[in-house]
Write a protein that binds this ligand. Structure first.
Ligand code: 3MF
Ligand code: MG
Ligand code: MG
Length: 412
């Protein structure tokens, strides 16, 4: 193949993307509660050891692209769209008005807002720092985000307290810090109750997001389970308003089975919102797009969520790789992520009605049957052949994932 000149590269990407087939129409994509974060599309590829590889992109372009692709919802941090210095000022409300206009013009809704409490120097010692002025500022920021959320018509507020932790031990007293962090959330919920009442809108669902490592060395609330304990600790004034926004990769990072972490949130009635992406165990937060690393695990996750009628958002919190261009972000990265999600979701529906999975699961739940409920040998024997179904079900799930259940085989 001859070198591909720059002016032919986008056409090549588009031709190969189209040749991939299997994409859904924007109308179909809009039927799912999928949201696209401002920060995901605007990510320029920078990191501690990485210079940016992409140009800046503003909310006008992102919202327009969401409309074209068929991503029905948009999410944002306060400072993704408002310069930190302008937070709470008239300039903020001008920006918010132009966001509302862009949303309306492109048929996109804002589903979630979140406060940046990890990037700016003011959060060096976390939003629950010792200095009262930092904590007052944190309250101002989360309350302000609630206001923006209501103005943009959002239903959810998310909190990822990235800097709630430390690098060096001893200076931070964990119980005190957690109490201070709860104070900020209590302020946000109190303000929400008032604002919602004034506006005649429902209160927001306040969702905590955990991450086990990064950007602090030690994290005070590293997992969704830790967040659940925090919600039920008695420190929150309105625990009924607060739930979780688990992120698939954040659970995988510490070695959890994400599906089991989600199950624990479900039994507490706290699975409010879900950040979807992919990556590897025990690595940093690589934020790869959904289904590119662990599609079988993802299928299983969605089987669980369908079984429990989860109807919250699926937020595409991943980072297009640094090797993807500005053009590629919208031409390939987002549409393909949405389409893999839809495919996995629909496959999960097939799993729940699959005759083999259904019969095998029912047989396992029925058991072999014994005469004497205390006869341990008889219990073991009664189920010993039946339990082979565990492996058969796992094989069946693989078949469904690759389409083999429809007769596809490979021959030489
Ligand atoms: C970091 C994250 C965050 C949160 C966001 C939501 C930048 O790993 O996942 O994204 O999702 O702050 O509030
Ligand atoms: Mg996230
Ligand atoms: Mg992440």
């Amino acid at each position: 193949m001859a070198p591909v000149p720059i002016q032919q590269q986008q056409a090549l990407i588009e031709r190969l993307y189209a040749a991939c087939g299997g994409s859904y129409s924007p109308e179909t994509r809009r039927k799912y509660f999928i949201s696209g974060p401002q920060w995901a599309a605007a990510y320029q590829g920078q990191a501690l050891f990485h210079a940016p590889t992409r140009r800046e992109v503003g909310f006008e372009q992102i919202i327009r692209k969401w409309g074209e692709i068929g991503i029905g919802h948009w999410t944002t941090h306060d400072t993704d769209v408002i310069p930190t210095g302008a937070i709470g000022t008239d300039e903020q409300w001008e920006i918010v008005a132009s966001i509302n206009k862009a949303l309306q013009e492109n048929g996109v809704k804002c589903s979630m807002v979140t406060t940046e409490t990890f990037h700016h120097a003011v959060w060096a010692a976390s939003p629950a720092a010792e200095a009262p002025e930092v904590r007052d500022y944190a309250k101002f920021r989360v309350i302000n985000t609630v206001k923006i959320g209501h103005e943009l018509g959002a239903q959810f507020a998310v909190y990822w307290p990235g800097s709630l932790g430390y690098y060096v031990q001893g200076a931070v007293e964990e119980t005190q810090t957690l109490r201070w962090y709860a104070d900020a959330l209590n302020a946000a919920c109190d303000a929400d109750v008032e604002i919602a009442k004034k506006r005649g809108r429902p209160v927001l669902k306040h969702c905590l997001e955990a991450k086990p490592f990064e950007p602090q060395a030690e994290i005070l609330l590293p997992t969704s389970d830790a967040m659940l304990a925090f919600i039920f600790s008695g420190l929150l004034k309105r625990p009924e308003m607060v739930g979780l926004n688990p992120e698939y990769l954040h659970e995988l990072m510490w070695g959890a089975a994400p599906r089991a972490a989600l199950a624990r949130a479900l039994i507490c009635g706290k699975l409010f919102h879900f950040d979807i992406n992919d990556g590897y165990r025990l690595k940093h937060d690589v934020d790869i797009a959904v289904g590119l690393v662990n599609p079988l695990d993802w299928l299983n996750v969605l089987v669980l969520l369908r079984a429990h009628e989860y109807n919250g958002p699926f937020n595409l919190d991943y980072k297009p790789p640094r090797t993807t261009s500005n053009h590629g972000v919208f031409a390939v990265s987002f549409p393909t992520a949405v389409d893999r999600f839809i495919t996995l979701w629909e496959m999960a529906g097939e799993v729940s009605t699959d005759p083999i999975v259904t019969e095998a699961t029912t047989a396992l739940k029925t058991g072999g049957g014994v005469q004497d409920a205390k006869d341990v040998e008889a219990i073991v024997k009664a189920n010993s052949e039946l339990l082979t179904l565990h492996e058969l079900i796992a094989h069946r799930l693989f078949q469904i994932l690759i389409g083999q259940h429809r007769g596809r085989i490979y021959s030489f």
